[in-house]
Ligand binder design. Structure first.
Ligand SMILES: [Zn+2]
Length: 289
C-alpha cells in the first residue's frame, strides 16, 4: 500500500550532529513500513539512525496536512486524540514535579492532552502546534494555543514537554539552541527508542516501525549525546520519559549517575537479559562442566 497521494520532493539533509552523509554511514533500511522508498543510515559520527534524504519544507508541510493525520492518527477527531493523549499524562506525572511558578509548553502537542492535567498545578500551560484544528480544541479546554515561534517567545515558558516530537524535527539541534536562548531550563522528552521497539516487535524487524514523518531514530545513548551537545543533561528516566536539565556556564550540576546508568538500559532489554541468562548459564555449564 502506498500512503502518499502527493508528490514529495526529497532533499539532502545532514544528521542532527551536523554530519553530512557519507559512504561510511551504514545503511539501515531502504523502505518504510508502508513500503515507500526511504533510505535510513546510521551516522558514523554520532550513531543516530537518520534519513539523509528527507522531504523539503514545502513537501513535509503538505505531507502533514494531506497524509499524516489520515495515516498516523487514522483521521482521529480532536476529542478522541485528546483522550488518548491524556493517558500519557499519568506517566509524565511520575517524573515531573510541578511548581506553581512553572510555565509549561507542550511543543508539537496537538490537542495538549499530555499536559492538560497540570493546568491547576502550575502558573500556565500552552500548546504549540501547526495544526489549528487541534490547537483550537486545546484552547477550548483551557490551554493557551500557540502556532508560531513568536507566540512561544511571548509565552516565556521555562519547561518544555515533547511527546514523540523530537524524531520529527529536521534540525533538532537548532530547536534545542532556541530553547536555550529562551531560557528553558527543563525538557521532558518521550520518543520511541530503537531498542524498545525491537523488543516490542520481538524480533529485529526495524522496518516495522519506520515512518516517513520520522527524520531520526534515537537510542538512549544517541539522544543523550544530542542533548548534551546543547547543554541539556539527563536528570531522570522514568517509563516513557527522560527529564533533561540545562546546565548553565559554571553551574555544577550533580547528576544522579547511578540511576541514569541503570535506567539508560531499556527496561525491556533487562527483561530480555533476565530471560536470556538461564540459557547463557546452560551454555557455560555445557562447555565447562
Ligand atoms: Zn550524527
Amino acid at each position: 500500500m502506498n500512503e502518499i497521494t502527493n508528490n514529495l520532493k526529497f532533499v539532502l539533509n545532514e544528521c542532527a550532529c551536523g554530519f553530512i552523509t557519507s559512504f561510511a554511514d551504514k545503511v539501515v533500511s531502504f523502505k518504510t513500513r508502508h513500503n515507500e522508498m526511504f533510505l535510513l543510515k546510521e551516522c558514523s559520527k554520532c550513531k543516530t539512525v537518520y534519513a539523509p534524504f528527507y522531504p523539503d519544507e514545502k513537501s513535509i508541510e503538505l505531507y502533514y496536512r494531506e497524509n499524516y493525520r489520515k495515516i498516523k492518527h487514522k483521521d482521529e477527531s480532536p476529542d478522541v486524540l485528546f483522550e488518548r493523549q491524556r493517558k500519557k499524562s499519568t506517566s509524565l506525572r511520575s517524573i515531573y514535579t510541578c511548581s506553581s511558578r512553572d510555565r509549561v509548553i507542550d511543543f508539537g502537542g496537538a490537542c495538549g492532552g499530555v499536559v492538560y492535567e497540570f493546568i491547576s498545578a502550575v502558573e500556565s500551560v500552552a500548546v504549540y502546534d501547526l495544526d489549528k484544528n487541534f490547537t483550537s480544541y486545546a484552547n477550548a479546554k483551557g490551554l493557551i494555543a500557540i502556532s508560531d515561534i513568536e507566540g512561544i517567545l511571548k509565552f516565556k515558558p521555562n519547561i518544555v514537554v515533547m511527546s514523540h516530537v523530537i524524531e520529527h524535527l529536521v534540525r533538532p539541534g537548532d530547536t534545542l539552541e532556541q530553547f536555550k536562548k529562551m531560557g528553558i531550563h527543563e525538557i521532558y522528552i518521550s520518543t520511541t527508542f530503537i531498542e524498545d521497539s525491537l523488543w516490542i516487535n520481538n524480533e529485529l524487524s526495524f522496518e516495522k516501525f519506520i515512518h516517513l514523518a520520522h527524520k531520526y531514530y534515537f537510542n538512549r545513548f544517541t539522544l543523550n549525546k544530542l542533548l548534551n551537545k546543547h547543554s541539556y543533561f539527563a536528570r531522570a528516566y522514568k517509563k516513557d520519559w527522560v527529564h533533561y536539565q540545562l546546565k548553565s556556564d559554571g553551574e555544577n550540576l550533580t547528576l544522579p549517575i547511578r540511576s541514569i546508568i541503570l535506567n539508560m538500559i531499556s527496561p525491556r532489554l533487562i527483561l530480555k537479559f533476565k530471560f536470556g541468562v538461564p540459557n547463557l548459564i546452560r551454555k557455560i555449564l555445557k562447555r565447562y562442566v
